[in-house]
Design a protein. Sequence first.
Length: 276
Amino acid sequence: MSENCSHNCSSCKESCNDRDPKSLLQEPHEMSSIKNVIAVVSGKGGVGKSLVTSLMASSMQKKGYHTAIMDADITGPSIPKAFGMHEKAYANEMGLIPVKTRGGIDIMSINLLLDNDTDPVLWRGPVIAGAVSQFWSEVIWDNVDYMFVDMPPGTGDVPLTVFQSLPLKGIIVVTSPQELVSVIVEKAVKMAEMMNIPVLGIVENMSYYECPDCHSRHSIFGESHIEEVAAKHNISAIAKLPVNPAIAAACDLGEIEALDAPWLSELSSSIEKMCQ
């Protein structure tokens, strides 16, 4: 620091130890109250990230917490469909109001703002990231215990925005058994480590198929690699979702809340302890 320092860092181009790093965290709406924010991420698409988001929110809601889902997958929103939502979000003079599911989960998704659910969102990256920021700062999230953020796949604009702008307690990484997918998932894990975001758990979707007659398990999409990835990054909480027609049927019918998900019970309890 120079002897002539005015202590006005905003007008100074010098690099010194006394410069205060500016936080990129964005304030939520003044009427919002959100205790725990957890992002659900994946290294690639199609592995069941939105499914895990929906099941985790439903699981915590059934435990007696008030949960919410912020659908940050702007160009591929599927959360409203899984919950059978047809009502549109609206705004009052104070801000945007999320739509409640039948079970009381608050949800905000771009599909709740479009005239038609099948209308595509043809936006470039910065505009999409801006929309996600608005979901955080302009939506009134009332008394939320756990918010799950359904992220788009990869490590692009939106994940970077969420990692830097939201006060994340941690992330849940979703993968599938193929070794190639596991390699890609490590990118998401390493991104979180680089940005000092804790990895709360890993979920392997389509992990196995259990025969309804003999109850033997078959790894039809390849052998699991979740234990190897978890051990490599010191992640203790893991879960495996089976290939189960009941899961697909619940999503298609918009009845994901009615589905029991015992496969995620240990992960839910682990996150509950971590966030206390």
